[in-house]
Design a protein around this ligand. Structure first.
Ligand code: FAD
Length: 667
């Protein structure tokens, strides 16, 4: 068996996971007490894994760079979490969720993992309800659902626009129970800087206490990385400012293969960039596409008049508007998957129909929904002959109940009232489907190093469907890792505690210290952000929503040169001993400067368009992505060999035995 054995169990698709759980080894409760597990990251994936592993009896140490686990980036998730409960009776099932996810990912994910995800999705909802997560309920008290892109059913559970926050509070309270019992030791404001391998196995990490600057050694029998995505390689994204790739990249340098780095999701509904001063972009949840209609003016002169402030969108007649998603994709309309909606917005704006000053915005309009809900509400409330004013008032109240906090957020940022005038939106970097390669057990190519949540590449292929990230993170943490990691640890019951005074820990600590010293020794004049912004611009212009071979080659050369310049000319004020946020950022940007080059190399190697990876050379006459299943039906897994240009490509061929490979169509 090669290093890239996916370890997918044999047997029929729907029986694989159950059979696997029946077959794997268990660890006796008395032995669990002698086994240590490190979980790096306490977002939904890491928090759920840590709580469950500790509940099972293992000794868990958690690490996060925030001051509390409950401040992980997962808290930002707005729209919801998918589960195939079929509460609506609209034809949903585990198979359908599986099918939608494989199709949505443009046939670039592993069947067995995705089916397991669909199966476990229903358990997640039960688990979270039991924890007290306040999911939205219908009038009768049943859990409510809404629709997200790329599906024809309503399977998204939500807690207003704060689903991530509520789920994280659930995971955090489960963690707290274990912290109180002494089963979890929680190291907040600690950053993993390296992974320690002993005899080829992950046996610990080197972490820096971000408050004191002290370098620490921590050992364990297994290490779980649940450290989130790397969208911030683009500088501007909807991710939290601190989201970064360091932990995954350090593991990559130690032997964990990095899969599909170029598969990035650009979300269609974000508040457009307003200028060079910005350091963060804001998402307007996909849930808004349930009721918002996306359009630009049909005529160029109207678009120009709007951009010049001479015409207001509400003055434009219905027949002068181009609801381009409804026009191009009548079956899914405004709820096409994100990659499709993003590219369509870019196409309209590139053609000159953008509606803000920069020409990079389209409208998301709720006027029709306000009328529809208002009319329904008037009837429900028994109001006869309601006039337009009354209908609008009632309709706005329904919209407010559904999306109130998102509308408020928009108004605060843009200073326009979205109940009165359409929102302006434009695509922005949002999620990374790529990540550390893992097998069916979520183990990386380093023995004993597991990876969960957004940090792994596992389930979403070339495009993630909305509301599926929370589902995946929680499935990994609550329901997959606790089994698969036990199987691995069953071999460690006689190992005893892992010492930290070994040569392997000495070497790893030294390499961390050397790197910090090198960063601090820089005598240049440029800030870390100077480099991060430059990197982000290369990534967005040349590796963003549309890519071509020439731009990608240029990006590789430019990022490599930028990296050299960074190490020669970056200036970090202050000292390494103690809190130094510029130093923290520098370490993260240094890794982005390596990942960015591998990203471009991966995109250049993949001579096809699929999901979020759109190569201009490979498109249909209608501008749709043109996949090449004969030559590219594989996961790219890159092995570290020094410089990114020397990385070696390994391929995991994807087998579709239960689903027919088709050209994706949402028409
Ligand atoms: C604005 C926004 C809205 C979203 N809405 C939805 C939604 O409605 N539904 C949905 O399904 N998905 C949504 N997503 C995606 C989803 O939120 C994320 O994919 C998911 O929360 C990631 O969870 P995670 O546990 O993998 O990582 P994170 O929540 O990012 O947690 C990462 C953890 O790793 C720690 N960490 C990282 N590096 C280190 C290190 N070197 N050392 C120590 N600790 C480290 C961090 O401190 C943190 O605790 C949204 C994303 C964004 C940006």
């Amino acid at each position: 068996m090669g290093i890239m054995d996916s370890k997918v169990p044999k047997g029929p698709l729907a029986a694989k996971w159950t059979q696997h759980k029946n077959d794997i080894n268990l660890v006796n409760p008395a032995n669990k007490r002698n086994i240590d597990i490190i979980v790096v990251g306490t977002g939904l994936a890491g928090g759920s894994a840590a709580a469950t592993l500790a509940e099972l009896g293992y000794n868990v140490k958690t690490f996060c760079y925030q001051d509390s686990p409950r401040r992980a980036h997962s808290i930002a998730a707005q729209g919801g979490i998918n589960a195939a409960k079929n509460y609506q009776g609209d034809g949903d099932s585990a198979y359908r969720l599986f099918y939608d996810t494989i199709k949505g990912g443009d046939y670039r994910s592993r069947e067995a993992n995705v089916y397991r995800l669909a199966e476990e999705s229903t358990n997640i909802i039960d688990q979270c309800v039991a924890q007290g997560v306040p999911f939205a309920r219908e009038y009768g008290g049943l859990l409510d659902n809404r629709s997200f892109g790329g599906v024809l059913v309503s399977r998204t559970f939500y807690a207003k626009g704060q689903t991530g926050q509520q789920l994280l509070l659930g995971a955090y309270s489960a963690m707290n129970r274990q912290i109180n019992r002494g089963k979890i030791q929680s190291f907040n404001r600690h950053e993993m800087m390296d992974m320690v391998l002993v005899d080829g196995k992950a046996r610990g990490i080197i972490a820096r206490d971000l408050v004191t600057g002290k370098i620490e050694r921590h050992s364990a029998h297994a290490v779980v990385l649940a450290t989130g995505g790397y969208g911030n390689v683009f500088f501007l994204s909807t991710n939290a400012m601190g989201s970064n790739v360091m932990a995954a990249w350090r593991a990559h340098r130690r032997g964990a293969f990095f899969a599909n780095p170029c598969f990035t999701q650009i979300h269609p509904t974000c508040i457009p960039v307003s200028g060079d001063h910005q350091s963060k972009l804001t998402l307007m949840s996909e849930s808004l596409r349930n009721d918002g209609r996306i359009w630009v003016p049909k005529r160029m002169d109207d678009a120009i008049a709007i951009r010049e402030g001479k015409l207001k969108p509400i003055q434009l007649k219905e027949e002068d508007r181009d609801y381009y998603l409804e026009r191009r994709y009548p079956a899914f309309g405004n709820l096409v998957p994100r990659d499709v909606a993003s590219r369509a917005a870019k196409e309209r704006c590139d053609a000159g129909f953008g509606v803000n000053k920069t020409g990079e915005a389209v409208y998301l309009d709720f006027a029709a929904a306000i009328q529809r809900y208002g009319t329904e509400e008037a009837l429900t409330q028994g109001i006869k002959n309601a006039d337009d004013k009354e209908i609008t008032r009632l309709g706005k109240a329904v919209i407010e109940a559904k999306y109130g906090n998102l509308f408020q957020m928009y108004e605060k940022i843009v200073d326009e009232n979205p109940y009165e005038t359409p929102m302006m939106i434009y695509p922005a970097v949002h999620y990374t489907m790529g990540g550390l390669w893992v097998d069916y057990n979520l183990q990386t190519t380093i023995e004993g190093c597991y990876c969960a949540g957004e940090a792994n590449f596992s389930d979403h292929g070339a495009n993630r469907l909305g509301a599926s990230a929370l589902m995946q993170g929680l499935a990994d943490g609550y329901f997959v890792l606790p089994y698969t990691i036990g199987d691995y640890l069953s071999k460690d019951i006689r190992t005893g505690a892992i010492p930290t005074d070994s040569p392997e820990f000495d070497d790893a600590e030294k390499s961390v210290q050397d790197r910090l010293d090198k960063l601090m020794a820089g005598s240049g004049q440029n800030s870390v952000d100077f480099y991060h912004k430059k990197l982000g611009k290369i990534m967005w212009d040349k590796c963003g929503m549309a890519r071509n071979a020439k731009d990608l080659q240029d990006a590789i050369d430019e990022i490599s040169a930028l990296r050299t310049d960074f190490w020669a000319n970056v200036k970090i004020p202050g000292k390494a001993e103690g809190m130094n946020q510029e130093l923290e950022k520098a370490g993260r940007v240094a890794d982005f400067l390596e990942l960015g080059e591998l990203f471009a190399k991966d995109a250049l190697t993949r001579n096809e368009s699929c999901g979020g990876h759109f190569r201009e050379e490979y498109q249909t006459p209608e501008g749709e992505a043109l996949r090449d299943d004969e030559n590219f039906k594989f996961v790219s897994a890159w092995e570290y060999k020094g410089e990114p240009k020397d990385a070696v490509l390994h391929k995991e061929e994807l087998k579709y035995e239960n689903i027919e490979l088709k050209t994706r169509s949402y028409k």
